[in-house]
Every structure is written in structure tokens, then in C-alpha cells.
Design a protein around this ligand. Sequence first.
Ligand SMILES: [Zn+2]
Length: 167
Amino acid sequence: MSAFKSVEYRYCPQCGAKTCQKIIDNQTVKVCAAKCGFGFFNNPTPVVAVIVETPEGVVLASHVDWPQGVLSVITGYVDPHELPEKTALRETKEELGLNAYDPEFVGHYMYHAKNQLIIVYAVKAEGQVCLNHELDAYKIIALDKLKAWPGPTGEGVADWLRKKRRL
Ligand SMILES: [Zn+2]
């Protein structure tokens, strides 16, 4: 199933007319049949994932909506007009209460199920972990114990670990 089907837009959100499908640059686009100018291109949503490295190891945290025991790197949406490295530093402060610095780009990964472009950064961080309302557990995993997991954020962790172990 393509991610396109997840958003319907049967009616134009700008003028209320019906929409129709059009092929533009080999992409199926939903456009307003009344030609008011609306077009839905289903572009991926950028999401920043942050590998937070403290002197003790990498901080993994559990979202309140996740099953108990499931931990991952923190993620967050890019604010309007924000560069992703800023998002990485801001989210580390907001979600973990840690002061982050030295953001390092790791790679881009596609989360197909949600049509999200996952932009992975690694940051160094210091301070006392203080979780915000989105998170309810965390663990600090020593670098030699850290293992990647399937999925886009895990691929980022795997690439980062490979690069780090080569140094
Ligand atoms: Zn319209």
C-alpha cells in the first residue's frame, strides 16, 4: 500500500471542490478539480532522530505510548525555519534536559510506514537526565554494549557505530 492512500483529500481543503488525480513529474498528485491551485504532493515529513552521547554512553528513552521496555533514540519534528542540527540540540534539551553540543550529521533514512524522512544526528551531551512528559523511562547504554535495531533510527545507530569503531 502506498503512503499516498493514507491521506484522502477527497475535497479541496482550500475551496471545498472535489479533487482529482494528476500525474506530475511521474508522481500521482491530488489537485483541486476547480483549479484553485491546491495540490497535494505527499512530500515526506522531516523528522530528526538524535543519538545522544554522554560520557557514560548513549541515552535511549521510552515514549509514554510505547510498550514497556521499548527504548530508542529521541526524535522530534523540525520547527518552522529551523535547521535539523538545531532541532537535534533543542530536542535533547527539551526531552532529556541535557545540554547538547557538537551536532554531527549521521545520515538520512526513510520511514516508509509514515512517509517520514528521518534525519539522524549524533550530539554530545552533559548534565542530569530529566525526562519531559513525552518520555517515561531511559537507559544509558555504554558504547561497547550498544546494539542497533531494525528500522530507520536503528540503521542510523548502526552507521554511527560503524564509523565510530573505525576511528
Ligand atoms: Zn480548490
